[in-house]
Design a protein around this ligand. Structure first.
Ligand code: GLA
Length: 651
C-alpha cells in the first residue's frame, strides 16, 4: 500500500504547488530600502530614467540601479525561482564595468562575472526553494562606480508561499566595546617623533587620566623645556641626532611612563599624522570661531589625550570671486600679491597662536592651480609668497589640492607634469623656518605613492573623495593597501578622512547628520585605517561627538597599531569573496591582525598562523575590547559581523 500511495501523494503535493505559483515582479516591490552608489532605483526604466536596454535588447520591465547596489529580499521560504536578464544599461554615458551576484542565505547562487557596456544580457534562473534571505548585488568590478548603470531586467520571482519583500539593512545597536579609561595616568601617542634642527618644537604629551597631573621628562635634549602641569614640550633642538627620552606623568591615582625617541634630522611624520580636518563637517561654512572651538574640543573630549594633534582648515578660508556667502567674496590678494583670508578669518596668526597654546598644531589648505576645488583663491604663481605666508602665520601642515591645476598642466599627465607643482611647493616648505607637513591631494594620479616622498610629501591621497564612497569602505581600503610598499616612516598613503559620528553630506555640502554607516562599519573604518597606517584625521562634527563616536575614535590600543614605529601597511590575505585577513608587523615583534568580512551576512573567519607567519601558541588580545582572549595553537577563528573587522594583537 505504502509504495503505491506515496508517489501519488508526492505528485498531488507538487501539482498543488505548481498550480498555486504566481509571478511576482521585482519592479512591483517597494524599492525604498534598496541601496545603491548613485541615484535612486528606477521602476521599468534605467537609472537615467530611459527605457531599459542591454546589448541592444529592449526590456519592458525591470529595475534600473547603479553600482554598488544591494537589495536584501526576505523570501521566508516562499519562492521557487528567481529569473532575470542582467547587464549594463545601453545609455550609460561611458564605459562601465560591473558584476551581478545573487546570494541565498550566505551562498552564492549565481554570478555574472565582469560585464561591460554593450555586452548582451545574461540570463539568471535560479532555484530558491527553502531560501530565507536573497541578496541581489551589483559590484563595481573593482574600478570605481563611474557609469556603472545596472539593470535587473524582467526580474521576477515564482512564488508559492510568502511574498518576497525588500528588507532594510538589519538594525544594529551602537555598542560601546571599549572599557572607559581609568583615572590613573596613561601616556599614549607615538614612541618616535621627527623634527628638523632649529625649527620650533611643539609636543603635547597625549595622556589619559584625571587632571591635575604632573609631567616630567628625562633625557630632554638641550633647547627643549617642559610645562610640567600641561605636559607640553616646546623649544628648538639645534643639533641633529637621536634623543632617547622617558616621558612620565603622575596624579593622585598613579603614574605612567613611556619611552619617546626624537629624531632630529630631515624626516617628519615618523608615524602617521593625526588630527581633525573641517571638510566633511563644515564645508564652506568654516570660520575662525569654529576652528578655535575644534581645538577646544580636541582637548576637552580627550581626543588629544590619545594623539589627535593637528587642527586643520580645509578649503574656503580665502576669498572667492563668487560665493553664496558675501563674507567670502572679496579681493583674492592685496596689492603686493599677498593672499587674503576672508572675513570669517580676521587674524590667522592669532588663530594658530590659539591652537599652539593648547599644544596642538594647525593645518591649512590651498591649490597649485589658480582656484581651489570650491572656487577660492589658489596659489598659482604665488607659491613662494604663500609658503612663506603660511609659515609666518604659524601653520604646521599644508594640504595641496590639484583642482584647477589641470588648466595649467593642459592635460599633460606625464610624471614630470604631475610632479612639477608638488615639487615646487615641497621644496619651498622645506626652506621655511617651521616644520610643515606636506599632504598631497591629487586623488592618486600618476601613482603618486611612487613619488610623493621624492617631491617632499609626507602623505598623499590615493583616491578620490571618500565622501562619495562610504558604502564602499572595504574596496577603498583594499585598493589603498595595494600601495603598501610605499608605506614607511615619513611616507604615508592617505585614503582620506575618518567619517564616523556626525558628518556632512559631501554631495550637497549638507549640515552634519549621523553618518550612514552602521556601528559595526564605523569600528571597521577605524580598524582598517589603523591596519593600513593611514593618517588619522577625523572629519566629523566635533560639537556633536557622542560616547559611541568617541569610543570608535579614542581607543589607544587600536591607535597604537596605527602609530607603530615600523610604519607598515597591513598585507592582505584573501580568503573568499567576502572575507579576508589583514596582517601588520609591529615593532615589538607582535602582529596586528584584522579578520574582515565585507559580505552581507555574518561569517566565520579563520586566521591560520601558518598563513600569517606566526609560530607556536601566541597570545591573542581583542583590541577593541582591550581583553586577552588566551593562547591559540595554529589558528584563531571568530564570527565576524556583516561589514565587520575583528581586530586582534597576536604575540
Ligand atoms: C577636493 C578634496 C577634498 C576637499 C575639497 C575642498 O575635493 O579632495 O578633500 O579638500 O576638494 O574643496
Amino acid at each position: 500500500m505504502r509504495t503505491r500511495t506515496f508517489p501519488v501523494a508526492l505528485l498531488l503535493a507538487s501539482l498543488s504547488t505548481v498550480s498555486a505559483a504566481e509571478t511576482v515582479w521585482l519592479d512591483t516591490l517597494d524599492l525604498s530600502q534598496m541601496t545603491q552608489g548613485w541615484g535612486t532605483p528606477q521602476t521599468n526604466r534605467s537609472i537615467r530614467e530611459l527605457p531599459l536596454s542591454i546589448g541592444g535588447r529592449k526590456f519592458e520591465r525591470g529595475v534600473g540601479t547603479h553600482a554598488t547596489s544591494l537589495a536584501r529580499i526576505g523570501l521566508g521560504g516562499g519562492s521557487e525561482r528567481f529569473r532575470a536578464f542582467v547587464g549594463v544599461d545601453d545609455n550609460a554615458n561611458g564605459a562601465a564595468t560591473i558584476t551581478f551576484k545573487v546570494m541565498a542565505d550566505g551562498r552564492t547562487l549565481w554570478q555574472s562575472g565582469v560585464m561591460k557596456s554593450g555586452d548582451p544580457a545574461r540570463e539568471v534562473d535560479v532555484d530558491l526553494r527553502g531560501v530565507n534571505t536573497l541578496l541581489l548585488q551589483v559590484g563595481d568590478a573593482g574600478d570605481g562606480i563611474s557609469f556603472d548603470h545596472a539593470n535587473w531586467a524582467e526580474a521576477r520571482f515564482i512564488v508559492s508561499g510568502a511574498r518576497p519583500q525588500i528588507a532594510a539593512v538589519p538594525q544594529e545597536a551602537a555598542v560601546i566595546l571599549t572599557p572607559k579609561p581609568g583615572p590613573a595616568p596613561r601616556i599614549n601617542g607615538p614612541t618616535v617623533y621627527g623634527c628638523r634642527p632649529g625649527n620650533p618644537f611643539l609636543y603635547r604629551i597625549p595622556t589619559q587620566g584625571e587632571r591635575p597631573m604632573t609631567f616630567s621628562v628625562s633625557g630632554m635634549p638641550r633647547g627643549l623645556t617642559l610645562d610640567s602641569a600641561a605636559g607640553i614640550i616646546t623649544g628648538a633642538i639645534a643639533e641633529r641626532g637621536e634623543y632617547r627620552l622617558t616621558l612620565r606623568a603622575k596624579n593622585r591615582h598613579g603614574r605612567s611612563s613611556r619611552p619617546f625617541k626624537i629624531v632630529c634630522g630631515d624626516t617628519l611624520s615618523l608615524t602617521p599624522s593625526m588630527g581633525w580636518n573641517h571638510w566633511y563637517a563644515h564645508y564652506d561654512r568654516i570660520t575662525d570661531a569654529m576652528m578655535r572651538e575644534a581645538a577646544d574640543i580636541l582637548v576637552s573630549s580627550g581626543m588629544a589625550d590619545v594623539g589627535y594633534q593637528y587642527v586643520s582648515i580645509d578649503d574656503c578660508w580665502m576669498n572667492a570671486a563668487k560665493q553664496r556667502d558675501p563674507m567670502r567674496v572679496g579681493p583674492l590678494r592685496d596689492e603686493r600679491g599677498n593672499i587674503l583670508p576672508n572675513k570669517h578669518f580676521p587674524d590667522m596668526k592669532a588663530l594658530t597662536d590659539y591652537i599652539h597654546a593648547k599644544g596642538l598644531k594647525a593645518g591649512i589648505y590651498t591649490s597649485p592651480g589658480p582656484r581651489t576645488c570650491a572656487g577660492f583663491a589658489g596659489s598659482h604663481q604665488h607659491e613662494a609668497q604663500d609658503a612663506k605666508q603660511f609659515a609666518d602665520w604659524g601653520f604646521d601642515l599644508l594640504k595641496y589640492d590639484w583642482c584647477s591645476y589641470g588648466e595649467i598642466a593642459k592635460g599633460d599627465k606625464s610624471p614630470d607634469a604631475l610632479k612639477k607643482p608638488y615639487r615646487l611647493m615641497g621644496d619651498l616648505l622645506k626652506k621655511q623656518n617651521r616644520d610643515i607637513l606636506f599632504n598631497l591631494c591629487q586623488y592618486g594620479m600618476g601613482n603618486v605613492w611612487e613619488w610623493g616622498a621624492e617631491v617632499g610629501g609626507q602623505s598623499w591621497r590615493t583616491s578620490g573623495d571618500l565622501g562619495f564612497e562610504l558604502n564602499n569602505l572595504f574596496n577603498v581600503a583594499l585598493k589603498n593597501a595595494e600601495h603598501r610598499a610605499w608605506s614607511r616612516p615619513g611616507s604615508w598613503n592617505d585614503p582620506d578622512y575618518i567619517q564616523v559620528g556626525y558628518i556632512g553630506n559631501a554631495r550637497v555640502g549638507g549640515l552634519p547628520a549621523p553618518c550612514p554607516l552602521t556601528p559595526t562599519e564605523q569600528y571597521s573604518f577605524m580598524s582598517l585605517w589603523c591596519l593600513m597606517a593611514s593618517p588619522l584625521f577625523y572629519s566629523g562634527d566635533l560639537t556633536q561627538l557622542d560616547e559611541f563616536t568617541l569610543n570608535v575614535l579614542c581607543n589607544p590600543e587600536v591607535i597604537e597599531v596605527n602609530q607603530d614605529p615600523l610604519g607598515q601597511c597591513a598585507r592582505v590575505i584573501e580568503l573568499d569573496e567576502s572575507t579576508f585577513i589583514m596582517v601588520k608587523d609591529l615593532a615589538d615583534g607582535a602582529k596586528a591582525v584584522g579578520l574582515c568580512n565585507r559580505g552581507e551576512m555574518e561569517s566565520t573567519v579563520t586566521a591560520r598562523w601558518a598563513d600569517l607567519g606566526i609560530k607556536g601558541r601566541p597570545r591573542v588580545r581583542d583590541l577593541w575590547r582591550q581583553k586577552d582572549l588566551g593562547r591559540f595553537a595554529s589558528e584563531f577563528k571568530t564570527s565576524v559581523a556583516r561589514h565587520g573587522v575583528v581586530l586582534v594583537r597576536v604575540k
